[in-house]
Ligand binder design. Structure first.
Ligand code: GLA
Length: 387
């Protein structure tokens, strides 16, 4: 989609960003997801700390893709103005994950997810469903007994129930999250790599999940898109395996509409060329792209192989300017490819509310989002608004 050019905010003039030589950090979420009980400066911030700039960031990208934010429902009430004026899509950061929404065989806990869905309905926002299958949020009861047909039936019931409940407001689901293996010798994550469901259902897991999701969507009568979602889709090897999964589904006549690239990236990695190649490959496979979990870490020297982490550093003006330029260059790629990109979602609202403060290093302050610890817009925000 062609797009009008606007004036460039001064902060976005091409700055440094040396990318090519730095090795891609394998951003592999290995710690538990942030939980609802975590303290957050963003939440602690008094009403007076609320941002003054609420000018509709999503409107800037209205012609290209929807703009989302992932959050916990407890942020909705206090920060409604910031959320509503800047985003037109929500993702449940945690509360729609299997173990949260369906903690016991006969008991669903819909309340937090309902609150998020109701907020979206009330304010005419779309919701991304996250996620029907994820190894890190698979309750033990789901695989108890170990009989494949019983486990498959439980999975089917879950998928049908959750898809039906939110079919009026969720327009796309992450059907399977992170089932691709990081090991060069395997395509799929198995029980050894933490997938209890793969331990029972083997490689059929994704086929079954997408089949159940497709049937559930058909029953709802709504046009709900079905995605595979993962980190490091920007890496050629990982992406190749994800596209192999998509091909398997397509060959079996099962619907998959797109690939969600999580986009837990940093100030230097990946390069713009990497991102473009990722989009091209996904599009060539006949699929849509969504940028599902975007955040830009200020740490570029973490070594995941050696588990050697960069020391905490202050968020200087120079870093803020680099981050603004970085967000701008990435959004330029997204805008250029807008006809293939359905949505771009930030993984968190503010720097006071980011999983990256505790991953990969517990308590290392990170500043990856558009709003600062107290919810005020950062240079990156202005850079995108003025892109
Ligand atoms: C992965 C998951 C998200 C979230 C992050 C860490 O990216 O898809 O739901 O848990 O890890 O917060």
């Amino acid at each position: 989609m062609a797009r009008r050019r606007r004036f460039l905010f001064p902060l976005v003039t091409p700055l440094l960003v040396s990318c090519a030589s730095s090795p891609p950090p394998s951003v592999s979420p290995t710690a538990p997801s942030p939980v609802e009980t975590q303290a957050s400066a963003f939440e602690v911030g008094a009403a007076s700390a609320a941002p003054t700039t609420q000018v509709g960031l999503y409107l800037r990208f209205n012609e290209e893709f929807s703009l989302g934010v992932a959050l916990e429902p407890r942020y909705l009430a206090t920060w409604a103005p910031t959320i509503r004026s800047n985003f037109n899509r929500l993702t449940a950061e945690n509360v729609m994950k299997f173990a949260r929404i369906h903690p016991k065989p006969d008991a669903y806990d819909f309340e937090p997810a309902d609150r998020l869905a109701d907020f979206a309905r009330e304010h005419s926002m779309a919701v991304t469903g996250h996620a029907l299958v994820w190894h890190r949020e698979t309750p033990d009861w789901l695989v108890a007994g170990g009989d494949p047909s019983t486990v498959a039936a439980r999975l089917e019931e879950h998928i049908h129930t959750v898809v039906a409940r939110y079919a009026d407001v969720i327009d796309n689901w992450d059907v399977v999250n992170e089932i691709i293996s990081d090991s060069p010798n395997k395509t799929y994550r198995d029980a050894e790599e933490g997938s209890k469901l793969s331990g029972v259902l083997g490689e059929q897991l994704s086929v079954l999940a997408f089949r159940y999701a497709e049937t559930a969507v058909a029953a709802s009568g709504k046009p709900i898109a079905l995605y595979y979602n993962d980190y490091n889709i920007v890496l050629d090897d990982k992406r190749k395996k994800a596209l192999e999964l998509a091909r398997t589904l397509q060959t079996e006549g099962i619907r998959i509409d797109g690939i969600g690239a999580q986009a837990h990236w940093n100030l230097e990695w990946p390069t713009v060329a990497d991102v473009q190649r990722m989009i091209d490959d996904i599009v060539a496979a006949g699929l849509k792209v969504k940028i599902s979990e975007l955040d830009i870490s200020i740490y570029t020297q973490d070594d995941w192989g050696k588990k050697n982490w960069e020391a905490e550093k202050p968020f200087t003006e120079e870093l803020a300017a680099r981050q603004a330029a970085r967000y701008a260059e990435l959004f330029e790629v997204f805008v250029k490819n807008a006809e293939h990109i359905t949505s771009v979602t930030f993984w968190g609202l503010s720097d006071g509310h980011t999983w990256l403060d505790n991953e990969p290093v517990q308590g290392r302050d990170n500043h990856p989002l558009l709003f600062d610890d107290r919810g005020n817009p950062k240079p990156a925000y202005s850079a995108l608004l003025n892109l």
